[in-house]
Design a protein around this ligand. Sequence first.
Ligand code: MN
Length: 385
Amino acid sequence: MGNLAQVFLCKTASFSKFDFKVILWYNSLSSFLRRRNIESKRRSVKLFKRQIEESQKIALLTHEKPDTDAIASLAALKKLIETNFSGKTVDIFADADNSSDQLKQFIKEDELNVQRVPIYDLAIGLDAPNSKRFSKFEDIFLNAKATVQLDHHITNEYFAENNLVYITSSTTEIIYIIAKLMNLEISNGVCKMVYAGMITDTANFTQGSRKKSTIATLNDFYDRKLDLESISEYFFKNNSISKNKLLERAIHSMKFYFGGGLALMKLSKQDFLETGAKPGEEEGIVNQGISTKGVNIACIFIKRDNNLYYVSLRGKAGVNVAKIAEKFGGGGHESMAAFTYQGNLCDIKADFFKECKQELKTCEDTIKNGISFDDEPSLNSDREK
Ligand SMILES: [Mn+2]
């Protein structure tokens, strides 16, 4: 609300002088905080540029079992640093299957996990809420002379010396925003990598965080006349037959709890073997659960090894699945999160259901039965405050 409108309201409605003072005070405090926030972001970006300039050997790291946003972030930032700063060696690391098709799209097999140097001048963490997520490469980050991280997870632990954490669509989007603030030369190839991270982390802009900056970034890409359609098709209309067979198994396993509010799916090692699906092909299958009417939380338990499960969660508006994932040592976003569980399923069942029930309770009032196209005051579309 603008100041003028407040003065008007104050004169017409039954506002006391005290209310008016509170509104003015609140207004100036929030604009002060906003300014301070922008200032601190600017300082972090400046520091990041200086950190790159002052380093010669740079390591880029991301979380284990990297998704498309993580891999695209590694590739995009490597390219940006190499083309805009001279004399830097940029090594990239990820605990991943080097031969996966998804990885090969962005990174040459021999460029990932190269022979490491004992101590890097700068380690840059990407798309990870804490350093443990770098898994077997965590020591590279811990031993580096300087550290910075770029991430968009709501559960981020601000674990680096310089933390560039913005809750937005993807880590690639943050890379693009920062590259622009640094006035770097950004190639069309880098933009396409950024786009790949954005569409996969938001399931084609239907979940996760979508901010003003997301739209501004898309605007830039349309101005560049990039072929975005083929990237969308590659990620969303390109399922292998084995993935479809895996999806069929997952749907077959789907069970409903709490009056249909929770959908649970399971996949075993056997399912992967018998369908011929490769690791990584389970990405996105959990969305099938959340796309079901009445389901407000969906999850999939993927059995990797004996008693080792990867658990992926999705939630509809009003639910915060990151909270559930955090309880079990994981993290993520309000509408999409994950954790790893080592142990017997029977041992986690009661606790897991308790957490889900709790979240379903808090969302009961906000879930609508339909949508309204009536004229209503506009909503704040950003779900994360
Ligand atoms: Mn991400």
